[in-house]
Design a protein around this ligand. Structure first.
Ligand code: BTN
Length: 321
């Protein structure tokens, strides 16, 4: 049976292809093509079948391409080694399984079977239409010096989106990227290392480019995607290059100057700035006015004129559900 990717490459143009024609190119029978198509459908790809004409994708797609992404990186202070998988459990887990991944190792996948989100959630995305990537980095310092790194990465991702042409993206503490109150992207930082350093970091990024109904039904928070925000097809390869480039430059800067170099940028992108919020910490609810983050990435909430700094919790606007 042909692989999903082999069939998808032939269907990517969005035109009709008959089972016979697909079979001839792939050197397999029509029955094998049929099974391959079913595997694509099972993976969440919408394939339209018309008797007498064949198969076509409901929406054409451009597949991720390591050469195109490499070309778009420009010059960077470290070498990026990019691995792209058709399917993997989780791009972050892949890098975390390595004993000591080197700075600049990047893993991307068109589909994750066990994508991880923050706070034990799973991460769901329509295959072949979104961006799921992880990047490894080695910092000389111990983990304590890296508080705020995930917030710095959030700033870097917003800048990458802005360079692509996406406007109006803000940050919800600690590091969700949101547009109009809806989540566009999330990031997850895994740290490994001794207290004195070095620390190996794996940053995982999930960006909603185009979410279909099937995956939408599994997302339990308000979300949006670039389809909705931009109203046009997205060049995922170009966007992936920009995301990697901005994160790498941010990590180099962070290693040099720490989170203080990012505080004012973060506060400028803060979507709840000076608004009444609730911070949920387990059973505890803190209400106050969000005043941005401090030089360690802690959230400042002002309650009855007193400023408190929090390092964990889920923030929401007061009055919002
Ligand atoms: C969040 O919950 O906001 C964080 C989501 C992070 C998802 C990405 S997708 C690529 C990488 N691999 C994973 O398993 N998770 C991250």
């Amino acid at each position: 049976m042909p692989t999903r990717l082999e069939i998808l490459k032939l269907l990517a143009d969005g035109r009709f292809h008959s089972g016979t024609a697909l079979g001839a190119v792939l050197g397999v029978s029509r029955a094998a093509v049929c099974k391959g198509i079913q595997a694509l459908v099972d993976a969440g790809v919408c394939v339209h079948r018309v008797a007498g004409r064949g198969y076509r994708l409901l929406r054409p797609c451009v597949l991720l391409d390591t050469a195109a992404i490499d070309r778009g990186l420009g010059s960077l202070p470290v070498r990026i080694s990019l691995e792209l998988f058709d399917e993997i459990d989780s791009t972050s887990q892949y890098l975390l399984r390595r004993p000591n991944p080197v700075s600049g190792a990047v893993c991307m996948a068109e589909r994750q079977s066990a994508g991880r989100g923050r706070r034990g959630r799973s991460w769901t995305a329509t295959p072949y239409r979104n961006l799921m990537m992880s990047l490894a980095w080695r910092f000389d310092s111990g983990p304590a010096a890296l508080t705020g790194l995930s917030l710095a990465a959030g700033v870097a991702l917003v800048r990458a989106l802005e360079e692509y042409g996406v406007q109006g993206v803000g940050l919800k503490w600690p590091n969700d990227l949101v547009v109009g109150g809806r989540k566009l992207a999330g990031l997850l930082v895994d740290l490994r290392g001794e207290a004195a350093g070095p620390t190996w970091v794996v940053l995982g990024v999930g960006l909603n480019v185009s979410i279909d109904e099937r995956e939408a039904a599994q997302i339990d928070q308000a979300w949006t995607d670039l389809d909705a925000v931009l109203g046009e097809d997205v060049d995922r390869n170009r966007l992936a290059s920009l995301l990697i480039r901005h994160v790498v430059l941010a990590f180099v800067r962070f290693a040099d100057a720490g989170f203080s170099a990012f505080v004012s940028d973060w506060n400028g992108l803060h979507v709840f700035a000076d608004q009444p919020v609730r911070l949920l910490q387990g059973e505890r609810v803190q209400a106050g006015i969000a005043r941005g983050v401090d030089s360690h990435g802690g959230l400042i909430v002002e309650t009855e004129g007193v400023r408190h700094v929090y390092h964990s919790g889920e923030i929401s606007l007061r009055g919002a559900s």
